[in-house]
Design a protein around this ligand. Structure first.
Ligand SMILES: Cc1cc2nc3c(=O)[nH]c(=O)nc-3n(C[C@H](O)[C@H](O)[C@H](O)COP(=O)(O)OP(=O)(O)OC[C@H]3O[C@@H](n4cnc5c(N)ncnc54)[C@H](O)[C@@H]3O)c2cc1C
Length: 1019
């Protein structure tokens, strides 16, 4: 059984870590001596550039920041997979239409790809896809562009299959004897078990092919090897599925390890996202234990380690400890890391205290060197493999390797102590350590630099070589284009001759940090702290939640007697008199205190949400964060909009516009967001100076009770916020009907919103404003340029997360007929992997629905759909618990309907309807509009102009392009719909608070007493 890795928290302040890394390097690296080694390499590459197709040349011609570079990347990512001519034409026209390939120089890569693309472009009309683009011309354009994109892909794939790749490798060895290869079977992120088994078969076949040619008795590192991605081998390779992954993935990978061990070849586990690190280490350790038991002679087992992680040094000591514990030697590939932008985004989205990766490029470089030193200092445990294309880094490694070799020659290993003696270029070129490490590069990259480096025959090099169909290259290729398109990238700078040699080879050890990214808590600026989130994949961060779960009780909440509605209004009204007169800054401060308290009590509130509302842990954390964000956002907004505005006018008078509170508001909130929506409504009314009668959903009064307690403790007067729990039909209706209320804010069904609207209209007295946010049949429109994997991820999250009980949830998936079969098959496989069951279990993806009534209602719909539509067989998650042990559990399900007009009702549960479409996407959009709802819409397409045109045509409040369509963030995606989906204004948006206010213009005649002194005195 693996021992839990003891890595520190990934989210720690960066500066202190960098200081430690610099300390670790002191004496181990003399940059001033290493850099001169790299100068001639750089000069030689600049004098004699690599082949025109290499990444360096490609990026020089078309930087990613240019319209052409972007178009190239978009086309490379999408064009090869588009099945139908219409969409391929539209995509090509869209991308080529915004770029200027004709203006490119004739140099290098332009000779081939650009000429194909420029040729394509000549066929294009000025205005993209207009009618003058004849069918024949358009097809020719697409064919030429396809060819160009295929040629681009070919530069980064060694072969379409392992046999082809091995032949290419033999060819390369004729020019560079001794070159080693690590084959990478393209494909990552299996969504279904079928995909995972397919990748397993492909790895198995590749290892068998490599094995047939391997030297079984020599040094393992001399043989070609394989690199594998664990995310390709299991559809739920995630920390939350820890037990399952260990039980199912380890045996799969062990099968591959055994084959590799018998063949005496290197098998490396690639490094993926940070949130999978601990899991990958557990898998790695489980496998290491098996190696130690069954193949102890094997020296080829290894993993990739990312230096951009702030835990990199601790990670390396952990791996060294493992090697020593199991008496093995691992092959460790040190990389800087390929997912930098997505790691930054994830940390910002989750509101984590720090980033898990360095945020300055030179910090990553320093970390890489410190890690290299740690690896070189442990030759008993590690065979280091240094991957990268940065000449400065490579020179430093060679220098450090030579120094470590000197130290070893001089005496017993001194671990990481600094070697003595000076160093010069002569010394570092005498590596004398060919067998102690190797360098690695990616196929199609770094060819120029390596051409020079490998002139030193003592240096060993391995090429990481993707193998597979060009279609499968896309994710990999886009990662490379992005990585090397960055201004800070070495490859990018090498190609840019305006970057001088000194700048290119500046020591990372002495660079001053440039402007920093804001930390996630400061994402919205210093004036509004972002709510702090948790990373549930980190054991120590989730532990307080589980601890709270054992102690938190759902409080009993007394029912309010509907007959007392009038007196509640009276109490509210008298409290309103005082609360509305308090300075807005003081009210805002009260709400901010409540936000801080909620932040502190996050574990208890999460536990309560899981217990009372059956939220999964992930949903609970998001919900508490949303409530905190509402409190802070409305506090700021109230201060902003309630400041009086001086208006221009004639001399002799002043004019001022002010907002004032309206009075007593009735806030009626739903059970699906019992904390966030409840708090949002209440906070908006309170911030603007109103008093509140809050009626929570009958199913979830406990959460509301605790929220009200917290608001009172923060300083909201009891009379200004009264909690009135009870059924909607009695308590809700009585409050709405009570004379004297100033407004109603309601979130719930369209049907109840209409009842409230009628009740308000029937009342005498002033016309009372109603803010209603209701649900609707939310659609996602997917064309055939969309990436099926991305579509499936978005659909699973949008339709089934929170058991489909969000008003924003996806109900109707409109799939282009060209990709419908593929997407449906992948969706089915992905849904089968969902864990359905007890929400208190971390592994659970889909918990039960809220109550028996909801369950019965969904069952009725399921029966109706079962008899009228095509049920997609076996589209159901896996129940984790014994059937019926959890009440009101509905398995995710989907139905295919023949036409959009058949879709009538919003089914508030994990039930999806799918319809296929062909022809014009705008016609489908018109049909979606005709449904009359307008809350959320998903659009999945790679045709940017199409996405924009569809969004413009949609009568929908929240539109999400190429992502899921749930989880609107306060102040970022103001939320609320139109049509049957609500009245607006949008919650969490800059217009919301106005509806809670009355407007007042105050005009003062400043000449009333006497004349106009100001005018007369000329001021
Ligand atoms: C053989 C081989 C195998 C590989 N396997 C893996 C793998 O398993 N997993 C994986 O993740 N990657 C892998 N990579 C990709 C690798 O991470 C990148 O190619 C590498 O980071 C590029 O580094 P460089 O030294 O060539 O270029 P450089 O230009 O010196 O460094 C670029 C890198 O710096 C980092 N960086 C960029 N901007 C910033 C910033 N603002 N703050 C902090 N850091 C920044 C990023 O890691 C970026 O990739 C592999 C690469 C090779 C060559």
């Amino acid at each position: 059984m693996p021992q839990q890795p003891r890595l520190p928290l990934p989210y720690r302040p960066e500066a202190a870590i960098v200081a430690r890394h610099l300390q670790a390097l002191a004496g181990a690296l003399d940059w001033a001596a290493a850099a001169p080694l790299a100068r001639p390499w750089v000069q030689a590459v600049r004098n004699n550039p690599p082949p025109f197709w290499a990444m360096e040349s490609l990026l020089k011609e078309y930087p990613i920041s240019s319209a052409e570079g972007l178009a190239l990347m978009r086309l490379a990512e999408a064009l090869l997979r588009v099945p139908d001519a219409e969409t391929a034409i539209a995509l090509t026209a869209d991308q080529l239409g915004r770029a200027d390939f004709d203006g490119a120089s004739d140099a290098m890569m332009a000779r081939l790809s650009a000429s194909a693309i420029a040729l394509s472009k000549k066929f294009l009309p000025e205005d993209g896809q207009s009618s003058i683009m004849s069918k024949l011309g358009a097809r020719t354009v697409v064919a030429a562009t396809l060819r160009a994109v295929q040629l681009l892909g070919r530069q980064f794939v060694l072969g379409q299959n392992i046999g082809e790749a091995m032949k290419e490798a033999d060819g390369a060895r004729k020019h560079t004897p001794g070159l080693r290869f690590s084959y990478d079977m393209l494909g990552e992120g299996a969504r279904t078990d079928a995909d995972a088994l397919h990748y397993l078969a492909s790895y198995t076949h590749a290892i068998e092919s490599i094995a047939a040619r391997a030297d079984k008795t020599g040094a393992c590192e001399q043989n070609d090897g394989i690199s594998i991605k664990l995310s390709a081998l299991h559809p739920r390779y995630e920390e939350t599925q820890h037990a399952r992954v260990l039980a199912e993935l380890v045996p799969r990978v062990w099968g591959l390890c055994e084959l590799a061990a018998r063949a005496n070849i290197n098998l490396t586990i690639d490094a993926e996202e940070v949130d999978r690190l601990e899991l990958s280490l557990d898998v790695f350790e489980a496998l290491a234990a098996l190696v130690a038991q069954q193949q102890p002679q094997w020296q080829g087992f290894g993993l990739a380690l990312q230096a951009y992680q702030t835990r990199s040094l601790e990670l390396i000591s952990h791996v060294i400890t493992l090697a020593r514990r199991y008496r093995l030697r691992f092959m460790c590939r040190l990389v800087k890391g390929a997912y930098w932008d997505s790691e930054i985004k994830r940390a910002q989205e989750l509101g984590l205290p720090h980033y898990p990766v360095f945020t300055h490029k030179h910090h990553t470089d320093v970390s890489y060197l410190a890690c290299a030193q740690a690896l070189l200092a442990a030759p008993d445990a590690i065979y280091p493999q240094f991957a990268g294309h940065n000449a400065g880094t490579i020179a430093a490694i060679i220098q450090m390797a030579a120094r470590n070799a000197d130290v070893r020659r001089a005496g017993p290993p001194q671990a990481s102590t600094a070697p003595s003696g000076g160093s010069d270029v002569h010394e570092v070129t005498n590596v004398g350590a060919a067998s102690t490490f190797e360098l690695q590069r990616l196929h199609g990259m770094g060819e120029g630099i390596f051409r020079e480096v490998l002139k030193n025959p003592q240096i060993a090099c391995r090429v990481y070589a993707p193998v597979g169909a060009h279609r499968d290259l896309l994710a990999y290729l886009v990662r490379r284009l992005l990585e090397n398109g960055a201004n800070s990238s070495f490859v990018h700078q090498l190609a840019d001759e305006s970057v001088g040699m000194d700048q290119l080879l500046t020591s990372p050890l002495h660079m001053a940090p440039e402007s920093s990214l804001p930390l996630p808590p400061l994402l919205y600026g210093p004036g509004r702290p972002n709510s702090e989130g948790l990373d549930l994949t980190v054991e120590s961060m989730r532990a307080p939640l589980f601890a709270a779960f054992t102690t938190v009780q759902v409080p009993g909440v007394p029912e309010f007697d509907a007959k007392l509605a009038a007196s509640a209004v009276q109490t509210g009204a008298s409290s309103y008199q005082k609360w509305s007169k308090i300075d807005v800054a003081e009210r805002a401060a009260t709400l901010r205190r409540a936000a801080d308290a909620l932040q502190q009590q996050m574990p208890a509130f999460c536990a309560l949400l899981v217990k009372e509302a059956f939220k999964t842990w992930g949903d609970a954390v998001s919900e508490v964060r949303e409530a905190i964000d509402f409190l802070r956002y409305y506090a700021n907004e109230a201060e902003r909009i309630m400041a009086p505005i001086a208006l221009p006018g004639p001399t002799g008078e002043t004019n001022e516009l002010r907002l004032t509170a309206r009075g007593v508001w009735v806030c009626i909130s739903p059970w699906n967001f019992p904390l966030a929506i409840f708090t949002g409504q209440v906070a908006a009314a309170l911030a603007t100076g109103n008093a509140v009668l809050a009626k929570p959903a009958e199913q979830t009064p406990g959460v509301a009770w605790e929220a009200v307690k917290l608001l009172h403790a923060a300083g909201v007067p009891e009379g200004a916020l009264q909690l009135l729990h009870g059924p909607g039909e009695t308590v809700g209706a009585a409050l709405v009907a009570a004379p004297g209320i100033a407004g109603v804010v309601f979130t719930g069904s369209t049907q109840v919103a209409k009842i409230i609207n009628r009740a308000l209209a029937a009342k005498d007295g002033p016309i009372v404003p109603l803010i209603a946010e209701t649900g609707g049949i939310n659609a996602m429109l997917v064309d055939s340029s969309a990436l099926p994997e991305q579509v499936v991820d978005a659909v699973v999250q949008s339709a089934f997360r929170s058991a489909g009980q969000r008003c924003s949830a996806l109900r109707l998936l409109c799939l282009h007929e060209g990709i419908a079969d593929k997407v449906v098959a992948m969706l089915r496989g992905a849904v089968q992997e969902l864990a359905v069951g007890d929400p208190a279990e971390l592994a659970t993806d889909v918990g039960p629905v809220i109550d028996r009534e909801a369950f019965d209602n969904i069952q009725r719909h399921l029966q109706r759909l079962g008899s009228t539509s095509k049920v997609l067989p076996a589209l159901a998650g896996r129940a984790q618990n014994a059937p019926d042990s959890i009440a009101n559990q509905v398995l995710p399900s989907a139905f295919e309907v023949s036409s959009l007009t058949e879709v009538k009702d919003e089914i508030f549960g994990p039930v999806l309807q799918i319809v296929r479409w062909g022809g014009e996407p705008q016609k489908v959009m018109a049909q979606i509009n005709a449904l009359g709802d307008g809350l959320t819409l998903g659009i999945q397409t790679r045709i940017d102009s199409r996405a924009q045109a569809l969004a413009a045509a949609a009568h929908v409040g929240n539109i999400y392009i190429n992502r899921n369509m749930i989880g609107a963030v306060v102040g970022v995606q103001p939320f609320g719909g139109e049509g049957l989906s609500g009245t607006g204004p949008k919650a969490g948006g800059p217009h919301y608070l106005y509806r809670f206010c009355a407007e007042q213009t105050v005009t003062v005649n400043t000449t009333a007493a006497g004349g106009n002194a100001a005018l007369l005195s000329g001021t």
